[in-house]
Design a protein around this ligand. Structure first.
Ligand code: FA5
Length: 332
């Protein structure tokens, strides 16, 4: 009993004294434990008299040890408070304060857009495939019926590399239509593929242009395919991606590798914005990859990923996707 009480007293005193952060707290602890009249040590000293005579010598020694330890602890606390230290490390940490928030990162909005497009097109049966960003003239132009004299091949409109394959300078691909060719060269119809990736053009950056951007390319080659299938797939994609109320418009246009060709516009903030091009795969392209244009038909489309992402999230300027301002990026 006596021993247990003494141990508890000693533990309480050491805790109170080492946690005292100023002279007033130290004095309060001194009075509570070491006070000459009603301190807890004094009270326990009185109970020594109640011990059996045989236990008294051991009890007296235990009492003296505890008293010396508490006194030493008091002197150490006194020196610490006098030196202006705010207390031992244990009292400097307030475990009741809320922790620093742990910031989690997340995917870039363009990466999220790419995954969402892949998921929607996947549900329509389109398999996702990749192609290289460094391309040769055949896949970027010639197989797509863009001959050597075509203005689209102008060095001012492309990022040609100082590296050539034979006499053929390589370039950073200017469109994902290259992947149509790569897939058709290696597979037989029927085909439904979608390819999302970076393309490069020396365009001046503005609200709807950037020199590096992403395209989503779709290609379907199946018997009996018509423009009606193309329009349905694009409308279905637009309403899944942007919401049921989006308006889609098809304007007659020209691309060397589709015939007939259309521009695909979507209404954005009260005005129509061009999202991409599309059309029925040109027989010359089917021939270039070794298909028989008399038995095979298909459609293809290419949309700007930054533009559809901007339309979806109400972003006015696609340059914001690449400014790396976390206040902007955190919103997605
Ligand atoms: C093409 O690139 C064709 N390959 C599309 C195509 C594919 C047509 C298959 C027919 C069949 P165009 O150059 O129009 O087409 O570019 C397509 C889309 O890419 C544009 O509508 C636009 O949304 C986006 N785009 C073009 N240039 C930029 C740019 N500098 N920055 C951001 N987006 C761009």
């Amino acid at each position: 009993m006596f021993r247990a009480e003494l141990d508890r007293l000693r533990a309480d005193a050491e805790l109170a004294l080492s946690a005292a952060i100023d002279a007033a707290a130290l004095e309060a602890a001194r009075i509570e434990f070491l006070g000459a009249k009603s301190g807890r040590l004094k009270a326990i000293q009185k109970s020594l008299g109640g011990l059996a005579p045989a236990d008294k010598p051991a009890g007296g020694k235990q009492f003296n040890d505890a008293k010396n330890a508490i006194t030493a602890c008091f002197e150490a606390a006194q020196a610490r408070v006098a030196a202006g230290s705010s207390g031992p490390a244990v009292s400097a940490i307030d475990v009741t304060l809320p922790a620093d928030p742990f910031r989690l990162g997340h995917l870039h909005p363009i990466t999220k857009t790419i995954r969402r497009v892949q998921e929607i097109m996947g549900r329509l049966g389109f398999e996702s495939v990749d192609g290289p960003e460094v391309e040769d003239q055949w896949h970027n132009f010639e197989a797509l019926a863009i001959p050597a004299e075509h203005p689209a091949r102008d060095p001012l409109d492309n990022f040609y590399l100082a590296v050539a394959r034979g006499s053929d300078p390589l370039l950073l691909r200017s469109q994902t239509s290259t992947v149509q060719i790569r897939v058709m060269e290696n597979r037989e119809p029927p085909l439904r593929i979608v390819s999302l990736g970076r393309v490069y053009r020396p365009d001046t950056a503005d609200a709807t242009h950037y020199p590096m951007f992403h395209q989503v390319e779709g290609l379907l080659v199946e018997p009996g395919t018509t423009m009606a299938h193309l329009k349905s797939v694009l409308r279905m994609f637009a309403s899944s991606f942007l919401g049921g109320d989006v308006k889609v418009r098809f304007r007659p246009s020209f691309f060397p590798f589709t015939e007939p060709s259309v521009e695909v516009d979507m209404e954005w903030g009260g005005r129509w914005v061009e999202m991409g091009g599309a059309g029925m795969v040109d027989p010359a392209v089917l021939e270039a990859v070794g298909y028989d244009p008399d038995t095979v038909t298909g459609f293809a489309f290419g949309l700007g990923v930054e533009r559809i992402a901007a339309r979806r999230h109400g972003v006015d300027d696609i340059r914001d996707f690449y400014r790396n301002d976390v206040r902007f990026l955190r919103q997605f």
